[in-house]
Design a protein. Structure first.
Length: 106
């Protein structure tokens, strides 16, 4: 009987780990899309409906996991926040890589 309980506990732990991973994934996607929307509208972003779906799932997970939904609580894109600075660096790095690729093809 103990083994069944352990297996059920493991299933619950694995499910929570997956929810945490999804929460983190969504938080970065939300920040990246806020960056595109507010700071780089020249870049392709997701549709409003897709963004709303991501935000809704993120908020539901935050409530379930008892975490603060900081990515959606932020109004706009606050570039001075450390997480936002990481997003900016990611896009800057992609831009540099794209420029290198263009130069290589010339």
């Amino acid at each position: 009987m103990e083994e069944i309980v352990t297996n059920e506990e493991e299933k619950v732990e694995l499910a929570e780990e997956e929810e945490i991973k999804r929460f983190v994934e969504l938080s970065w996607k939300i920040l990246e899309n806020k960056f595109v929307y507010y700071k780089r509208p020249d870049l392709p972003g997701v549709s409003d409906n897709m963004y709303d779906e991501m935000e809704s799932e993120y908020r539901q997970l935050a409530e379930k996991l008892e975490l603060e939904p900081t990515a959606t609580n932020m109004v706009g894109f606050v570039a001075s926040r450390p997480s936002c600075q990481l997003v900016i660096k990611k896009f800057d790095k992609q831009k540099l890589n794209d420029q290198d690729t263009e130069q290589d093809s010339e």
